[in-house]
Design a binder for this molecule. Structure first.
Ligand SMILES: *Cc1c(COP(=O)(O)O)cnc(C)c1O
Length: 389
Protein backbone atom coordinates (compact mmCIF):
# COMPACT_ATOMS: atom_id res chain seq x y z
CA UNK A 1 0.00 0.00 0.00
CA UNK A 2 1.32 3.44 -0.91
CA UNK A 3 1.80 6.13 1.71
CA UNK A 4 0.16 6.36 5.10
CA UNK A 5 -3.53 5.57 4.68
CA UNK A 6 -4.47 7.60 7.74
CA UNK A 7 -3.13 10.81 6.23
CA UNK A 8 -3.95 10.30 2.57
CA UNK A 9 -6.99 11.86 0.92
CA UNK A 10 -9.85 9.63 -0.15
CA UNK A 11 -8.91 9.46 -3.83
CA UNK A 12 -5.31 8.64 -2.96
CA UNK A 13 -6.58 5.85 -0.74
CA UNK A 14 -8.92 4.55 -3.44
CA UNK A 15 -6.08 4.47 -5.96
CA UNK A 16 -3.93 2.16 -3.82
CA UNK A 17 -5.97 0.35 -1.16
CA UNK A 18 -5.64 -3.43 -1.21
CA UNK A 19 -2.74 -3.41 -3.68
CA UNK A 20 0.65 -4.69 -2.60
CA UNK A 21 2.60 -4.83 -5.89
CA UNK A 22 5.85 -6.11 -4.40
CA UNK A 23 4.09 -9.14 -2.97
CA UNK A 24 3.20 -10.11 -6.57
CA UNK A 25 6.35 -9.48 -8.64
CA UNK A 26 5.60 -5.77 -8.96
CA UNK A 27 2.34 -6.10 -10.87
CA UNK A 28 0.12 -3.18 -9.91
CA UNK A 29 -3.02 -5.21 -9.23
CA UNK A 30 -3.43 -8.34 -7.07
CA UNK A 31 -3.76 -11.66 -8.92
CA UNK A 32 -7.18 -13.15 -9.60
CA UNK A 33 -6.80 -16.32 -7.55
CA UNK A 34 -9.43 -18.86 -8.58
CA UNK A 35 -9.30 -21.43 -5.86
CA UNK A 36 -10.89 -24.25 -3.99
CA UNK A 37 -7.93 -26.40 -2.89
CA UNK A 38 -4.90 -24.90 -1.20
CA UNK A 39 -1.91 -27.23 -0.73
CA UNK A 40 0.06 -27.66 2.49
CA UNK A 41 3.79 -28.40 2.48
CA UNK A 42 3.55 -31.32 4.92
CA UNK A 43 1.13 -33.32 7.07
CA UNK A 44 2.00 -31.41 10.22
CA UNK A 45 1.10 -28.07 8.70
CA UNK A 46 -2.08 -29.58 7.29
CA UNK A 47 -3.11 -30.98 10.66
CA UNK A 48 -2.46 -27.70 12.42
CA UNK A 49 -3.88 -25.60 9.52
CA UNK A 50 -1.10 -23.26 10.39
CA UNK A 51 -0.82 -21.33 7.15
CA UNK A 52 -2.44 -18.18 5.91
CA UNK A 53 -4.77 -19.76 3.33
CA UNK A 54 -6.37 -23.17 3.88
CA UNK A 55 -9.39 -23.44 1.57
CA UNK A 56 -11.09 -21.25 -1.04
CA UNK A 57 -14.25 -20.64 0.99
CA UNK A 58 -12.16 -18.98 3.69
CA UNK A 59 -10.59 -16.34 1.51
CA UNK A 60 -7.90 -15.82 -1.12
CA UNK A 61 -5.40 -13.04 -1.85
CA UNK A 62 -8.05 -11.53 -4.17
CA UNK A 63 -10.86 -11.41 -1.62
CA UNK A 64 -8.40 -10.29 1.06
CA UNK A 65 -7.30 -7.38 -1.14
CA UNK A 66 -10.90 -6.19 -1.40
CA UNK A 67 -11.64 -6.84 2.28
CA UNK A 68 -8.59 -4.87 3.40
CA UNK A 69 -9.56 -1.99 1.12
CA UNK A 70 -13.07 -1.96 2.62
CA UNK A 71 -11.64 -2.10 6.16
CA UNK A 72 -9.57 1.01 5.43
CA UNK A 73 -12.61 2.82 4.01
CA UNK A 74 -15.00 1.73 6.78
CA UNK A 75 -12.58 1.86 9.71
CA UNK A 76 -13.59 -1.72 10.49
CA UNK A 77 -11.74 -4.66 12.07
CA UNK A 78 -12.83 -7.07 9.36
CA UNK A 79 -15.02 -7.33 6.25
CA UNK A 80 -16.84 -10.33 4.81
CA UNK A 81 -17.28 -10.44 1.04
CA UNK A 82 -20.49 -12.18 -0.03
CA UNK A 83 -22.24 -12.82 -3.36
CA UNK A 84 -24.79 -9.98 -3.24
CA UNK A 85 -25.88 -6.94 -1.27
CA UNK A 86 -28.85 -8.96 -0.05
CA UNK A 87 -26.52 -11.66 1.31
CA UNK A 88 -24.56 -8.90 3.08
CA UNK A 89 -27.82 -7.97 4.85
CA UNK A 90 -28.88 -11.54 5.69
CA UNK A 91 -25.58 -12.96 7.02
CA UNK A 92 -25.24 -10.35 9.84
CA UNK A 93 -28.86 -11.03 10.93
CA UNK A 94 -28.11 -14.77 11.06
CA UNK A 95 -24.86 -14.08 12.90
CA UNK A 96 -26.41 -12.10 15.74
CA UNK A 97 -29.98 -13.46 16.16
CA UNK A 98 -31.31 -16.64 17.75
CA UNK A 99 -34.80 -18.04 18.36
CA UNK A 100 -36.58 -15.92 20.96
CA UNK A 101 -34.68 -12.75 20.11
CA UNK A 102 -36.31 -9.50 19.01
CA UNK A 103 -35.11 -7.44 16.04
CA UNK A 104 -36.03 -3.82 15.33
CA UNK A 105 -35.90 -2.85 11.65
CA UNK A 106 -36.53 0.56 10.10
CA UNK A 107 -39.82 0.61 8.15
CA UNK A 108 -38.23 2.36 5.13
CA UNK A 109 -35.91 -0.60 4.65
CA UNK A 110 -34.92 -2.09 1.28
CA UNK A 111 -37.82 -4.43 0.44
CA UNK A 112 -35.85 -7.70 0.13
CA UNK A 113 -34.50 -7.09 3.67
CA UNK A 114 -38.10 -7.02 4.92
CA UNK A 115 -38.88 -10.15 2.89
CA UNK A 116 -35.98 -11.98 4.58
CA UNK A 117 -36.97 -10.75 8.05
CA UNK A 118 -40.69 -11.49 7.70
CA UNK A 119 -40.06 -14.87 6.09
CA UNK A 120 -36.93 -16.60 7.25
CA UNK A 121 -36.22 -14.75 10.50
CA UNK A 122 -39.78 -15.18 11.75
CA UNK A 123 -39.74 -18.85 10.74
CA UNK A 124 -36.57 -19.30 12.80
CA UNK A 125 -38.37 -17.89 15.85
CA UNK A 126 -37.16 -14.29 15.78
CA UNK A 127 -39.64 -11.58 16.73
CA UNK A 128 -39.48 -8.88 14.01
CA UNK A 129 -40.76 -5.35 14.58
CA UNK A 130 -40.56 -2.20 12.45
CA UNK A 131 -39.96 1.36 13.61
CA UNK A 132 -40.39 4.83 12.11
CA UNK A 133 -37.25 6.17 10.40
CA UNK A 134 -37.53 9.49 12.29
CA UNK A 135 -37.60 7.76 15.70
CA UNK A 136 -34.13 8.86 16.90
CA UNK A 137 -33.47 8.37 20.62
CA UNK A 138 -37.11 7.32 21.15
CA UNK A 139 -36.16 3.90 19.85
CA UNK A 140 -35.38 3.25 23.53
CA UNK A 141 -39.15 2.86 24.00
CA UNK A 142 -39.31 0.02 21.47
CA UNK A 143 -36.34 -1.83 22.94
CA UNK A 144 -37.18 -5.03 24.83
CA UNK A 145 -35.00 -7.13 27.11
CA UNK A 146 -34.55 -9.57 24.18
CA UNK A 147 -33.78 -6.94 21.50
CA UNK A 148 -30.51 -8.15 19.99
CA UNK A 149 -30.38 -6.25 16.69
CA UNK A 150 -31.38 -2.75 15.63
CA UNK A 151 -31.22 -2.50 11.85
CA UNK A 152 -30.94 0.91 10.19
CA UNK A 153 -30.80 2.17 6.62
CA UNK A 154 -30.36 5.86 5.81
CA UNK A 155 -31.62 7.41 3.75
CA UNK A 156 -34.51 4.95 3.41
CA UNK A 157 -34.99 2.96 0.23
CA UNK A 158 -37.06 4.80 -2.39
CA UNK A 159 -38.41 7.49 -0.01
CA UNK A 160 -35.07 8.71 1.42
CA UNK A 161 -36.02 9.38 5.05
CA UNK A 162 -32.95 10.20 7.17
CA UNK A 163 -32.20 8.50 10.49
CA UNK A 164 -30.42 9.90 13.54
CA UNK A 165 -27.87 7.09 13.60
CA UNK A 166 -25.81 8.23 16.64
CA UNK A 167 -28.96 8.64 18.79
CA UNK A 168 -30.33 5.27 17.69
CA UNK A 169 -26.96 3.57 18.26
CA UNK A 170 -26.69 5.00 21.79
CA UNK A 171 -30.16 3.78 22.76
CA UNK A 172 -29.62 0.39 21.13
CA UNK A 173 -26.30 -0.12 22.90
CA UNK A 174 -27.82 0.89 26.23
CA UNK A 175 -30.26 -2.00 25.71
CA UNK A 176 -27.50 -4.43 24.70
CA UNK A 177 -28.33 -4.64 20.97
CA UNK A 178 -25.99 -4.74 18.00
CA UNK A 179 -26.54 -1.91 15.50
CA UNK A 180 -26.41 -2.64 11.77
CA UNK A 181 -26.65 -0.17 8.94
CA UNK A 182 -27.30 -0.64 5.25
CA UNK A 183 -25.14 2.25 4.03
CA UNK A 184 -25.38 1.53 0.31
CA UNK A 185 -26.66 5.03 -0.59
CA UNK A 186 -23.80 7.05 0.93
CA UNK A 187 -20.96 4.50 0.66
CA UNK A 188 -18.17 4.90 3.25
CA UNK A 189 -17.00 7.92 1.24
CA UNK A 190 -19.92 10.07 2.39
CA UNK A 191 -20.76 8.39 5.71
CA UNK A 192 -18.69 6.07 7.88
CA UNK A 193 -21.21 4.16 10.02
CA UNK A 194 -18.68 2.76 12.50
CA UNK A 195 -17.58 6.30 13.40
CA UNK A 196 -21.20 7.02 14.41
CA UNK A 197 -21.81 4.04 16.67
CA UNK A 198 -22.81 1.37 14.16
CA UNK A 199 -21.34 -2.10 14.75
CA UNK A 200 -21.84 -3.68 11.31
CA UNK A 201 -21.78 -1.57 8.13
CA UNK A 202 -23.35 -3.11 5.05
CA UNK A 203 -22.75 -2.24 1.40
CA UNK A 204 -24.42 -3.54 -1.72
CA UNK A 205 -21.07 -3.35 -3.55
CA UNK A 206 -23.14 -4.11 -6.65
CA UNK A 207 -23.96 -0.39 -6.68
CA UNK A 208 -21.25 2.31 -6.51
CA UNK A 209 -18.21 0.17 -5.64
CA UNK A 210 -18.77 -2.03 -8.73
CA UNK A 211 -20.19 0.90 -10.64
CA UNK A 212 -20.79 -0.73 -14.02
CA UNK A 213 -23.97 -2.83 -13.67
CA UNK A 214 -22.04 -6.00 -14.43
CA UNK A 215 -21.33 -7.66 -11.10
CA UNK A 216 -23.20 -8.57 -7.90
CA UNK A 217 -21.39 -8.42 -4.56
CA UNK A 218 -21.94 -7.40 -0.95
CA UNK A 219 -19.74 -6.46 1.97
CA UNK A 220 -20.36 -6.35 5.71
CA UNK A 221 -17.71 -4.64 7.82
CA UNK A 222 -17.62 -5.09 11.59
CA UNK A 223 -16.20 -3.37 14.63
CA UNK A 224 -13.56 -5.22 16.64
CA UNK A 225 -16.18 -6.43 19.13
CA UNK A 226 -18.45 -7.88 16.42
CA UNK A 227 -15.93 -9.19 13.90
CA UNK A 228 -15.40 -12.69 15.26
CA UNK A 229 -19.09 -13.49 15.38
CA UNK A 230 -19.73 -12.08 11.90
CA UNK A 231 -16.79 -13.98 10.45
CA UNK A 232 -17.90 -17.21 12.12
CA UNK A 233 -21.35 -16.92 10.46
CA UNK A 234 -19.69 -16.24 7.09
CA UNK A 235 -17.50 -19.35 7.35
CA UNK A 236 -20.40 -21.44 8.67
CA UNK A 237 -22.67 -20.52 5.76
CA UNK A 238 -20.05 -20.82 3.01
CA UNK A 239 -21.32 -17.73 1.21
CA UNK A 240 -18.01 -16.98 -0.48
CA UNK A 241 -17.56 -15.17 -3.81
CA UNK A 242 -15.74 -15.92 -7.04
CA UNK A 243 -12.34 -14.30 -7.51
CA UNK A 244 -13.35 -12.54 -10.73
CA UNK A 245 -16.26 -10.76 -9.01
CA UNK A 246 -14.10 -9.65 -6.09
CA UNK A 247 -11.51 -8.39 -8.56
CA UNK A 248 -14.12 -6.43 -10.54
CA UNK A 249 -15.26 -4.62 -7.41
CA UNK A 250 -11.70 -3.81 -6.36
CA UNK A 251 -11.22 -2.38 -9.86
CA UNK A 252 -14.40 -0.34 -9.44
CA UNK A 253 -13.13 1.17 -6.18
CA UNK A 254 -10.27 2.87 -8.05
CA UNK A 255 -12.71 5.24 -9.76
CA UNK A 256 -15.46 5.33 -7.15
CA UNK A 257 -14.37 8.72 -5.80
CA UNK A 258 -14.48 10.52 -9.14
CA UNK A 259 -17.63 8.71 -10.22
CA UNK A 260 -19.41 9.65 -6.99
CA UNK A 261 -18.40 13.30 -7.37
CA UNK A 262 -20.06 13.35 -10.76
CA UNK A 263 -23.14 11.38 -9.61
CA UNK A 264 -23.51 13.81 -6.71
CA UNK A 265 -23.15 16.95 -8.79
CA UNK A 266 -25.48 15.81 -11.58
CA UNK A 267 -28.14 14.43 -9.22
CA UNK A 268 -28.19 17.64 -7.18
CA UNK A 269 -28.42 19.81 -10.29
CA UNK A 270 -31.36 17.76 -11.55
CA UNK A 271 -33.02 17.57 -8.13
CA UNK A 272 -32.87 21.38 -7.74
CA UNK A 273 -34.21 21.87 -11.26
CA UNK A 274 -37.06 19.42 -10.53
CA UNK A 275 -37.96 21.29 -7.33
CA UNK A 276 -38.90 24.26 -9.53
CA UNK A 277 -41.02 22.26 -11.96
CA UNK A 278 -44.79 22.76 -11.62
CA UNK A 279 -45.47 19.09 -12.46
CA UNK A 280 -43.49 17.94 -9.41
CA UNK A 281 -45.05 17.97 -5.92
CA UNK A 282 -41.90 17.04 -4.00
CA UNK A 283 -38.29 16.01 -4.50
CA UNK A 284 -37.07 13.43 -1.97
CA UNK A 285 -33.33 14.12 -1.72
CA UNK A 286 -31.73 14.64 1.72
CA UNK A 287 -29.16 17.15 0.44
CA UNK A 288 -31.97 19.57 -0.47
CA UNK A 289 -32.78 22.17 2.18
CA UNK A 290 -36.48 21.31 1.76
CA UNK A 291 -35.94 17.73 2.93
CA UNK A 292 -37.21 17.03 6.49
CA UNK A 293 -34.03 15.10 7.28
CA UNK A 294 -31.69 17.69 5.79
CA UNK A 295 -30.23 18.85 9.13
CA UNK A 296 -29.26 15.30 10.08
CA UNK A 297 -27.79 14.72 6.63
CA UNK A 298 -25.75 17.92 6.93
CA UNK A 299 -24.57 17.05 10.43
CA UNK A 300 -23.49 13.46 9.71
CA UNK A 301 -22.90 12.99 5.97
CA UNK A 302 -20.18 14.56 3.83
CA UNK A 303 -21.90 14.09 0.48
CA UNK A 304 -24.83 12.68 -1.44
CA UNK A 305 -24.97 10.13 -4.19
CA UNK A 306 -26.92 9.83 -7.43
CA UNK A 307 -30.28 8.39 -6.45
CA UNK A 308 -33.42 10.19 -5.27
CA UNK A 309 -37.15 10.24 -5.93
CA UNK A 310 -39.72 12.72 -7.18
CA UNK A 311 -43.42 12.84 -6.39
CA UNK A 312 -45.54 13.79 -9.37
CA UNK A 313 -48.31 16.28 -8.73
CA UNK A 314 -51.42 14.13 -8.85
CA UNK A 315 -52.12 11.12 -10.97
CA UNK A 316 -51.66 7.42 -10.45
CA UNK A 317 -50.02 4.46 -12.14
CA UNK A 318 -51.18 5.64 -15.59
CA UNK A 319 -49.23 8.91 -15.26
CA UNK A 320 -46.22 7.09 -13.81
CA UNK A 321 -46.16 4.67 -16.74
CA UNK A 322 -46.57 7.50 -19.26
CA UNK A 323 -43.58 9.25 -17.66
CA UNK A 324 -41.44 6.12 -17.79
CA UNK A 325 -42.44 5.11 -21.31
CA UNK A 326 -41.50 8.55 -22.68
CA UNK A 327 -37.89 8.27 -21.45
CA UNK A 328 -35.20 7.60 -24.04
CA UNK A 329 -31.95 7.84 -22.04
CA UNK A 330 -33.10 6.59 -18.63
CA UNK A 331 -33.45 2.81 -18.66
CA UNK A 332 -36.26 1.08 -16.77
CA UNK A 333 -34.60 -1.35 -14.44
CA UNK A 334 -33.73 -2.37 -10.90
CA UNK A 335 -30.56 -1.67 -9.03
CA UNK A 336 -28.45 1.49 -9.41
CA UNK A 337 -24.94 2.82 -8.89
CA UNK A 338 -23.86 2.06 -12.44
CA UNK A 339 -22.77 4.61 -15.04
CA UNK A 340 -26.19 4.75 -16.69
CA UNK A 341 -29.37 6.54 -15.62
CA UNK A 342 -32.36 4.50 -14.50
CA UNK A 343 -35.94 5.17 -13.49
CA UNK A 344 -38.74 3.19 -11.90
CA UNK A 345 -42.19 3.62 -10.37
CA UNK A 346 -41.83 3.16 -6.62
CA UNK A 347 -44.18 0.76 -4.86
CA UNK A 348 -44.69 1.28 -1.12
CA UNK A 349 -47.30 -1.40 -0.50
CA UNK A 350 -45.04 -3.11 2.04
CA UNK A 351 -44.79 -0.12 4.41
CA UNK A 352 -46.59 -0.21 7.75
CA UNK A 353 -45.40 3.12 9.26
CA UNK A 354 -43.30 5.12 6.78
CA UNK A 355 -45.97 5.22 4.11
CA UNK A 356 -44.29 7.98 2.10
CA UNK A 357 -45.79 10.98 0.30
CA UNK A 358 -49.24 10.56 -1.27
CA UNK A 359 -49.51 13.64 -3.53
CA UNK A 360 -49.02 11.45 -6.60
CA UNK A 361 -46.94 8.61 -8.00
CA UNK A 362 -43.33 8.39 -6.82
CA UNK A 363 -40.63 7.97 -9.45
CA UNK A 364 -37.11 6.97 -8.41
CA UNK A 365 -34.29 8.35 -10.53
CA UNK A 366 -30.73 7.06 -10.56
CA UNK A 367 -28.64 9.78 -12.17
CA UNK A 368 -25.80 8.27 -14.17
CA UNK A 369 -22.73 9.78 -15.75
CA UNK A 370 -24.44 11.12 -18.88
CA UNK A 371 -24.58 14.86 -19.62
CA UNK A 372 -27.00 16.70 -17.35
CA UNK A 373 -28.69 18.65 -20.15
CA UNK A 374 -29.54 15.43 -21.98
CA UNK A 375 -30.97 13.93 -18.80
CA UNK A 376 -33.07 17.04 -18.16
CA UNK A 377 -34.44 16.86 -21.70
CA UNK A 378 -35.31 13.23 -21.15
CA UNK A 379 -37.08 13.95 -17.85
CA UNK A 380 -38.91 16.80 -19.53
CA UNK A 381 -40.23 14.32 -22.12
CA UNK A 382 -41.46 12.19 -19.22
CA UNK A 383 -43.14 15.08 -17.41
CA UNK A 384 -44.88 16.20 -20.64
CA UNK A 385 -46.13 12.67 -21.29
CA UNK A 386 -47.43 12.32 -17.72
CA UNK A 387 -49.24 15.66 -17.99
CA UNK A 388 -51.03 14.68 -21.20
CA UNK A 389 -52.34 11.17 -20.51
C1 LIG B 1 -29.49 -3.00 -4.09
C2 LIG B 1 -29.56 -2.94 -2.62
C3 LIG B 1 -29.26 -4.05 -1.85
C4 LIG B 1 -29.01 -5.41 -2.43
O1 LIG B 1 -27.95 -5.49 -3.30
P1 LIG B 1 -27.89 -6.67 -4.39
O2 LIG B 1 -26.45 -6.80 -4.68
O3 LIG B 1 -28.71 -6.22 -5.55
O4 LIG B 1 -28.44 -7.90 -3.72
C5 LIG B 1 -29.27 -3.90 -0.48
N1 LIG B 1 -29.57 -2.73 0.10
C6 LIG B 1 -29.85 -1.64 -0.63
C7 LIG B 1 -30.15 -0.36 0.07
C8 LIG B 1 -29.86 -1.70 -2.00
O5 LIG B 1 -30.19 -0.62 -2.71
Amino acid sequence: MAGDARKDGINTMLAHLGNDPHAFHGFVNPPVVRASTVLFPDAGTMASRNQKYTYGTRGTPTTDALASAMDALEGSAGTIIVPSGLAAVCVPFLAFLSAGDHALIVDSVYYPTRHFANGMLKRLGVEVEYYAPEIGADIARQMKPNTKVVFTEAPGSNTFEMQDIPAIADAAHAGGAVVMMDNTWATPLFFRPLDHGVDVSIQAATKYPAGHSDVLLGTASASKACWERLHEAFVTLGVCVGADDAYQVLRGLRTMGVRLERHQESALAIARWLEERPEVAEVLHPALESHPGHEIWKRDFSGSSGIFSIVLKGGSQREAHAFLDALRIFGLGYSWGGFESLALHVSLGDRTIAKGPDAGPIIRLQIGLEDVDDLKNDIERGLRAAATV
